[in-house]
Design a binder for this molecule. Structure first.
Ligand code: NAD
Length: 349
């Protein structure tokens, strides 16, 4: 593998424009090609990032350009087809979150990666956030003791996406849970050391997205009559080690402030990622420790994620987001949707 791998990008929307492309540039890598169904959008990003080749057909792109790795940055429902196509062509794949729309799909994708002898990694960029990394170091030190409870919180006050296809099941499969919830869910599962989920009880709601006055407030970015995903989700997850996780996600809620955080409760200490804090007992006195973490630009997690991915592609590292972690996240998501639909607790498969 040459020092500079041949990278191609599929999808030239938000995730490519704000996350992947600037992060490749920050790592001194210029993708060899970009594809989007919308040629203008792809050409615009190509011009900005000095990418030499533009395609509207990703299959033609990978056949002609023979990249070593691709970034898949298209709406969720289309991940499967692109991921399988690229893996079958012998290409490593970094795919935007959520990787899949079901456990069966995720298993199919990882099996294809194994067959091809290539890596497939879900782009869970919050793993590379500086607070997440600091809390993971403290968990690894053993200072938390036995982590028996966690909270994964991704609550927006008024943040229904104002672009893309996020509002429709047909393209995105789900709403707030898959858009923002999965970031904190993945982080919580990772910080808890990937216990196996066994059952989930969940509720979902669409309290804002269907309202024309809300759509109007957010630039009429979607058709409220066709909005058919959740804008609120809550779930209680039980794991096989008796730990529990409370997951909450919203695109809109009447709360004081947007909150993206994971809380861990261990037998020796507790912690939150935002703010980066550890709570413990010192000689019988409760102590709050504020971690002096170097705050970075909010896009830094993307830059670090891509730096890691380039190492994976060069054969210098194994994916930090492991298949078994992504599968457990997907098991929780599948059970949460079923639980909300059927109005009962669901066993994870
Ligand atoms: N990690 C993050 O912070 C983050 C942020 C936003 C979105 N995402 C994820 O990224 C993915 C894309 O979201 P987005 O916000 O970029 O959406 P977007 O609507 O801005 O862009 C998606 C692009 O994909 C293109 N596309 C769709 N199907 C295609 C195909 N078959 N071939 C080529 N191009 C195709 C569309 O034309 C569009 O330009 C989603 O899975 C989303 O969950 C991740």
């Amino acid at each position: 593998m040459p020092d500079t791998p041949r990278i191609a990008v599929i999808g030239a929307g938000w995730a490519a424009r704000i996350a992947h492309l600037p992060a490749y540039a920050a790592n001194s890598v210029t993708p060899v090609a970009i594809a989007d169904l919308n040629e203008l959008v792809a050409a615009d990003q190509a011009k900005r990032q000095k990418i030499p080749n533009v395609y509207t057909d990703w299959r033609e792109m990978i056949a002609k350009e023979k990249p070593d790795a691709v970034s898949v940055c298209v709406p969720n429902v289309y991940h499967r087809e692109l991921v399988l196509g690229c893996l079958e062509a012998g290409i490593h794949v970094l795919c935007e979150k959520p990787l899949a729309t079901s456990v069966a799909e995720a298993e199919e994708m990882f099996a294809a990666a194994d067959r091809a002898g290539k890596f497939l990694m879900a782009a869970q960029n919050w793993r590379w956030n500086e607070n997440s990394r600091a809390i993971r170091r403290i968990v690894d030190s053993g200072d938390m003791g036995d982590v028996y409870y966690a909270e994964a919180t991704a609550l927006r006050r008024m943040g229904i996406p104002t672009w893309g296809m996020f509002h429709y099941k047909q393209h995105s499969h789900g709403g707030a849970l898959l858009d923002v919830g999965v970031h904190m869910l993945d982080l919580a599962v990772y910080l808890m050391d990937n216990p196996k989920p066994v059952r989930v009880s969940a509720q979902m709601a669409a309290k804002f997205g269907k309202r024309p006055e809300v759509a109007k407030q957010l630039r009429n970015a979607w058709d409220p009559a066709k909005f058919d995903v959740e804008d609120f989700a809550v779930a209680l997850v039980h794991f096989d080690n008796a730990a529990t996780l409370l997951l909450r996600a919203s695109w809109a809620t009447h709360i004081d402030a947007e909150t993206f955080s994971v809380r861990l409760c261990g037998t020796e200490a507790g912690a939150t990622t935002t703010p980066p804090m550890v709570y413990r007992d010192h000689a019988g006195i409760p102590v709050d420790e504020k971690l002096q973490v170097q705050a970075a630009d909010w896009t830094a997690s993307y830059t670090r994620e891509i730096a890691h991915w380039l190492k994976v592609v060069r054969g210098e590292a194994k994916p930090m987001v492991k298949p078994e972690e992504t599968l457990n996240v997907q098991r929780i998501i599948d059970a949460a949707y079923r639980s909300a639909e059927e109005g009962r607790e669901i066993e994870c498969r």
